[in-house]
Design a binder for this molecule. Sequence first.
Ligand SMILES: Cc1ncc(COP(=O)(O)O)c(C=O)c1O
Length: 389
Amino acid sequence: MKTADRLNNFDAYLGTAMNLILTKMRAEGKDVINLGLGDPDVMPTKMMRETLADACMDPGNHHYPSFYSPMPLKEAMAAWYKKNYNVTCDSDTEVLPLLGSADGLFHIHTCLLDPGDIALVPDPCYPAYVAGVTIAGGKIETLPLLEKNGFLPDLEAIEPAIAERAKMIWVNYPNNPTSAHAPDDFYPRLIEWAHKYNVAVISDNPYSEICFDCYRPQSFLQFDGAKEIGIEFNSLSKAYNSCGWRTGMVLGNPDIIAGMAKIKSHSDRGMFYPLQVAAREALEGPTEFMAERNRMFQDRRDVVVNALEKMDIKLYRPKATFYVWARVPEGVEISKDWCFKVLDEIAVWMIPGSMYGQYGEGFFRIALTHPTDRLAEAMNRLGNFLTGS
Ligand SMILES: Cc1ncc(COP(=O)(O)O)c(C=O)c1O
């Protein structure tokens, strides 16, 4: 059967293929340490799990959600943004629950782009942006995220002729994969630039609650003029240790939210009721567990960063996300070849930077998704691999 030509224009999500390879290696008896997947070994709080279980027992909670939803989930999402960032959003017109932010960051392209329209996409980036633009028939203009610019896009370097034709610009801070964060002046500059060229800002902020060293990530929406020109995605996945729940949100510009709601009225039937109940409880509930969880990620970060520094690997100590982004050792030219050699020889999987775009070449990403002793074991193996011992 011949599928559509557009399927030839983008790659399938890397994680799916890698999981197959790693599962096969494990079946062969190899002690594989997977530092690739961004799904940590943590789980939702007991209160969240109990609320979900109880809500599942209610016979009224198993209908198509969008037909009957009396759940005040949108209100809880708006209140969460008010509490965290002092952002005011109308829960009816400026908030939309999503089946994970991945749901929204796929549909946003169909919502904003007509065939041939330009989308400004950072490189390296979360691969769904590239796939989404391509499937919608849009045209990608790459924004290189360079180390010398703190892995921020250089807005001044975007040619006015491109900026004038662009419909949307992706930003994602704290960033996956580089783990960079946005400095205080970034969003005001971005908003001014976006208003000048009338380009929708699409901010992807799922790591907003994963932060260390007293650093607190900001929201794009907390700055003047943001809601007039853009939206922000957020998610309970990382913030509330619930990647599998598929509970996300988008807030901001009401025209974009209305467009997304229209698309989603056909593509899904809303979030499973029990998840709506539990997500609401979580957003309104205690957040003390986050401080403890972040201390745990910080300890893990230090184990990995200290070990890599001892191996003379160049990197920054991240202040947010659970990723470490590091330069491949001197002399290595192709990050993909090196990462597969590491996997083959010491059964440690780290993601080559080139998988996130051409400007990711020369780097690799480690996810801090295992306990410290397991991370130390991975670093030990890597150290031995590099010294040839
Ligand atoms: C930058 C970025 N955006 C979006 C997502 C998707 O998150 P969700 O689980 O909310 O769909 C991820 C997941 O790893 C991510 O890293």
